[in-house]
Design a protein around this ligand. Structure first.
Ligand code: ZN
Length: 118
C-alpha cells in the first residue's frame, strides 16, 4: 500500500519534530495534501493510525488540508486555480498548459501538542 509508506515517512518526520520541540504528547498533525499528490486521503489516514502506534503520535489525529492545483497560463501570464484535475486548461481563457505550480505537495505543516507541553 502506497499510502502506508507515505504515512510511515510522515510519522518519522513528525516524531522528529515533536522530539525537537520537547513535545511528549501530540494531539494532531496537520498536513497539506495536493490534489495531484496521488494519495487517497482516507487511505493515508488509516496508514497514519497504524504508523503512529507506539510513538508520541499514537492516538493523534491527522488533519488533511487539501491543496488545489494551480497552473500558470502563458496566455494570461498569470497563475490560475483549477477546479478539477481532469483538464489542464486555463479556467479564464481555455489555453492548455502543463505548467503546474502547485498541487503535488505532501507537506507537514504543524503539530498540535497537549496544552501542558506548550
Ligand atoms: Zn489563461
Amino acid at each position: 500500500m502506497h499510502e502506508l509508506s507515505i504515512a510511515v515517512n510522515l510519522v518519522e518526520l513528525a516524531v522528529a519534530a515533536a522530539d525537537e520541540a520537547g513535545v511528549r504528547q501530540v494531539l494532531a498533525v496537520r498536513l497539506r495534501l495536493g490534489a495531484l499528490a496521488g494519495v487517497v486521503p482516507e487511505a493515508l489516514s488509516l496508514g497514519y493510525e497504524v504508523a503512529a502506534q507506539g510513538t508520541v503520535l499514537a492516538g493523534s489525529r491527522l488533519i488533511i488540508e487539501p491543496v488545489p492545483v494551480v497552473i500558470y497560463c502563458p496566455a494570461c501570464a498569470a497563475p490560475a486555480t483549477l477546479t478539477g484535475i481532469q483538464q489542464f486548461v486555463c479556467p479564464r481563457c481555455g489555453t492548455p498548459t502543463a505548467d503546474i505550480r502547485q498541487g503535488k505537495e505532501i507537506e507537514l505543516v504543524a503539530l498540535e501538542a497537549a496544552e501542558d507541553d506548550v
